[in-house]
Each structure stands twice: as C-alpha cells, then as structure tokens.
Design a protein around this ligand. Structure first.
Ligand SMILES: [Zn+2]
Length: 253
C-alpha cells in the first residue's frame, strides 16, 4: 500500500514503498558482471534528515481518484490523484522532468475536478465508415455533408446528463464516449428523410441503427482537469513593484 509522508513546514512529500529500504544494486559500466556493487541507499532516511524537527503527517491515497492528462502509455504523462490526512484533501501531481528521471511527486493542498470542455461528433470516422459500408453511387458528397450538418444540429440539442456513458477503454483518459439518447436518434432519423430517399435512406437508417451503440456515432466528451487550490495554504508572494504600489495605496489611505 502506497503511503505518502508530508512535511507540514515545507509541503514536500515522500512516497514510502517497500523498495525505499532496499539497497540499490549498481552494475559497473564495464561489461564485467561479477559482484554487483551494492550501494546502501535509504531515501526515506534522507527525507527524514532533511525535514528534521519539522512536523510530519501521513497521507492516504484516495482510491479511484487517479487521472492523467495524456494517454496511459505516454511515459512523460502528468497524472493527478487525491490523498488525505483525514482532515484535508491534497492533490498529488506525479510527473517526470526528463524521460529517464525518477518520478516526481508534488503536493498541492486542494482538490481537483473534471470539467467538460466540449462534446463533439466524429465526422472523419463517420465519413470513412459510410464509405466502407454504403455504396458510393448511393450517396453524394453533398448528402454526406448535409448528414454531418444535421448530426451537428442534433448534438446542440442533447443534454449530457441524459446520455449514457460508454464504459470502454478510451486510450485517452480525458476523452469519454457517450451514446445518443433515443429521442435524438428519432430526430436524426426523421430529418434524414429530407436528405436521403429510397434505397439510400434505408441504408442510412440501417447504418444509424448499427452504429448508435458503438463506434462512429458515439459522441465524444473532452474533459479538462481543474485544480482548486485551497486558499489558506497558498503562499502569497507579491511581485516587488506590486507590493510597493499597494503600500503606497495603504499610506494614502
Ligand atoms: Zn520540511
């Protein structure tokens, strides 16, 4: 179980893992593999020494609070999760300064939430899928454009709170897919009659039914991580000039 130790004076944190007590094995740069050289390393002792006489506290990581800005496989990604000392919440920012650097943990007193930036349709994917499934002779470029325009119009009428979130692995943690609600699908189908006729309409209708639950007709929600720093912990350092101006203002009063 990962647990952080936080210095209340410096607001620095240390991740305690079973490994921090283990000696690090270092192989000599030369090819010789005999007798690896042991370095006694105890990062935790270093941390304790550095924060001698400072009050320390334990932070417990809150389960399921992990969120990342970049795809999970991205090695340089910046991730956030929440931890608590039992009274307050802290945001822990996890990142690497350089690709071969160890992970750095930064502690921000406060909380974070996810804010929806926008909801969008997937036009390129729709165009590709239509071309794959419906004979090109049935649909003109103009009709496809009209369909996308109609879909955009439907998008403007949906309320994200009424949409069902698709629980599939999105490679990007801040992109979430939603299924169109039945009312919107009915509206889309009805208005497709103004764009397509006969066989083309029937094909498009089937296309919509085939893809409303997955893939190209899903709506994509793009989220942003918003960090809310708790005000009382913030260190207010005014730029010198501003501080002097304020002083002058106070003196005038
Ligand atoms: Zn300290």
């Amino acid at each position: 179980m990962n647990q952080f130790i936080r210095c209340l004076t410096c607001n620095e944190i240390f991740l305690r893992t079973p490994y921090d007590q283990w000696p690090e094995i270092e192989y000599p740069v030369a090819v010789s593999m005999d007798a690896p050289h042991f370095i006694e390393k105890d990062d935790y002792q270093d941390f304790l020494k550095h924060h001698q006489n400072h009050p320390l506290e334990h932070l417990e990581v809150l389960q399921d609070s992990f969120v990342s800005e970049q795809p999970y496989i991205e090695p340089m990604k910046v991730s956030y999760f929440k931890a608590t000392n039992g009274k307050e919440i802290f945001v822990i920012k996890k990142f690497r300064k350089k690709i071969d650097d160890p992970l750095t943990y930064e502690c921000i007193p406060g909380d974070f939430s996810l804010k929806l930036l926008r909801l969008e349709i997937q036009p390129e994917a729709i165009i590709k899928q239509l071309a794959r499934e419906i004979n090109a002779s049935l649909l003109s470029q103009k009709q496809i454009e009209a369909f996308l325009k109609l879909f955009q119009k439907v998008l403007k009428t949906v309320d994200i709170n009424n949409l069902e979130r698709i629980q599939e692995d999105s490679p990007h943690p801040l992109e979430v897919y939603y299924k169109l609600d039945e009312l919107s699908i009915a509206y889309l189908l009805r208005n497709c009659r103004n764009i397509f006729t006969g066989k083309a309409y029937r094909e498009v209708e089937e296309f919509i039914h085939r893809h409303k639950e997955d893939g190209v007709l899903l709506l994509k929600g793009i989220y942003q991580i918003q960090i809310h720093e708790s005000a009382k912990q913030k260190k207010v350092a005014l730029p010198i000039q501003k501080a002097m101006q304020e002083k002058r203002y106070i003196e005038k009063k």
